[in-house]
Design a protein around this ligand. Sequence first.
Ligand code: SAH
Length: 250
Amino acid sequence: MTGWVRIAGLGPGDDALVTPDVQAAIAEATDIVGYIPYVRRIAPRDGLRLHESDNRVEIDRAKHALEMAEAGRRVVVVSSGDPGVFAMASAVFEALEAGPKTWRDLDIAVLPGITAMLAAAARAGAPLGHDFCAINLSDNLKPFALIEKRLRLAAEADFAMAFYNPRSASRPEGFARTLEILRECCEPERLILFARAVSTPEEALHVVPLADATPEMADMRTVVIVGSSATRQIARNGSPLIYTPRSVPA
Ligand code: SAH
């Protein structure tokens, strides 16, 4: 039996947003590896082993996947959204680089998925229609001083910004600090989208000016999109509609 590893993105939640490529890999897999809530999105079937693990053991999980592939298993490592965006693809390659040389001959591929900021942007209009950046606000894997530096420089460069992992119970003050920094760098009218649980039954979208944004508007299931100075809202009934124009006048 020839083993392989596929590092796959399950998209933001809705099964209709899982690519056919990812569905095919899951259908051929013998093993699924990932963080508990993501593995639970895979339908159990005979011959498929589900390996759930905690959030904080990414490298162990990656090693386990590579070991199983070397033993001939067909392993899908699952992430939500896209596996290359603040997720398992980098962890697998970190383990690969540090591991036995034989792992480098394994059949490994990354299968992209729809990342949260793109799903959220699509729901709200086109806030990322001009230049933008993505920042992970979790300081689990980097110092907050670096987050602060990137926030200030991105605001100065007038990027739209997408924030992942904006706020958790273990770091409630981080997002409050982020809003303070934005208030120092941006005008109070700057539009902010709070997009929670996009493409799931709990989906909720809110657009507010920076002046009205509060830390409680975000949680770990929220992706936050801060517009650029050009991002505007089209007034209408129903869900919010915001976009960033394609051009900036010379
Ligand atoms: N690899 C994932 C991101 C993992 S980090 C991706 O590409 O989307 C986890 C963060 O992603 C969450 O804290 C949240 O900010 C965001 N996120 C993931 N799914 C989401 C969804 N359905 N709606 C809104 N935000 C989501």
